[in-house]
Design a protein around this ligand. Sequence first.
Ligand code: C5P
Length: 399
Amino acid sequence: MLSGKHILLIIGGGIAAYKSLELIRRLQDQGAKVTPVLTRAGEEFVTPLSVSALAGVAVHRDLFDLTSEAEMGHIQLSRSADLVLVAPATADLMAKMAQGLANDLASTLLLATDTPVMVAPAMNVRMWTHPATQRNIAQLRADGVTFVGPNEGGMACGEFGPGRLSEPHEIVDAVAAHFRAGPLAGKRIIVTSGPTHEPIDPVRYIANRSSGAQGTAVARALVDLGAEVVFISGPASVAPPKGVTLVRVETALQMQEAVRAALPADAAVFAAAVADWRVTSASDRKLKKSKDGLPELSFAENPDILKTVSHLPEGRPALVVGFAAETNDVVENATAKRLRKGCDWIVANDVSPSTGIMGGSENAVILISDQGAESWPRMPKEAVATRLAERISTALLYS
Ligand code: C5P
């Protein structure tokens, strides 16, 4: 998959640095040549000996390593690779990159390179969500840096949330997708998928029948065309695709926040079946049966994520795609919906129970754009996804 590819792997300081050892192995298993660079902080977590033993070459460690300066120099080192991969990337290293600082070997290489740079961040959840880190990420994206992860989950520090280093196999998938260099290479696309769960109390929630199958297939098809995909998924019943940056959410409000955090993007595909309402009276204790009668639930309308993103005055993706699940007058309703939401395309489908589309493996869609309505024949959801991804790719080419 990666044979002939040369990867300069910069290992930052952080507890996740231990995963870089497995990453080296897996990259090599795919045929890549890996040249490791260890920051001073990285050396606190993995030893230069273990890194160079695994890589089978000497690890580069310090800016003023006179031998290597004389032999090839950091400029050449930064340019001889096909990809510079930073894993784990700490908040500090990303801040340096965003500012253009060059006060050690890693930051100097990153400033001197003319090679594509991919970053796999890892840090405490508060550090990740801090506005300073988010500003730096936005700057790095604007500079053309691509991201893989971070994942959400439990951390070494005991907290839970986004900030975990992506698993080595996920990073390898992202690297492979980068080299597949499809027509969407360098494009960042947000895909929402699955249902949302709106809690009533800690054990009950309001949900819908969306399986997440169509959104997952769209994300996979976009990855296959080389896109960097941020996949924001509610509690779906199908597994997420490989090679995406996965953000798991439960509620509509969490999905909205995840979309906000994932912007900017070249395109956004809103395939999620977002609950229209949430329970405002959600209890933090399990509701009990009582003689006083049935519980009273009060509702509030959830934010319309598609509509909000479509109307962003600044930073609107060049292409915004919504889905419309209708049970009657599909074209009329979806055409009106496109205008109401302000999106560019609506992928409309008839989800009447008799069609077997909701939760099924096939879909029959109508693509509504400013060019009118285009009916596609009934086909597997994967085929709909492939066709849609190709259309997105063509649209972005001319955007
Ligand atoms: O209004 P309706 O739910 O039919 O619109 C469906 C489209 O809007 C889908 O693309 C869905 O992902 C998106 N949507 C959203 N946020 C909501 C409701 C729907 O992004 N709160």
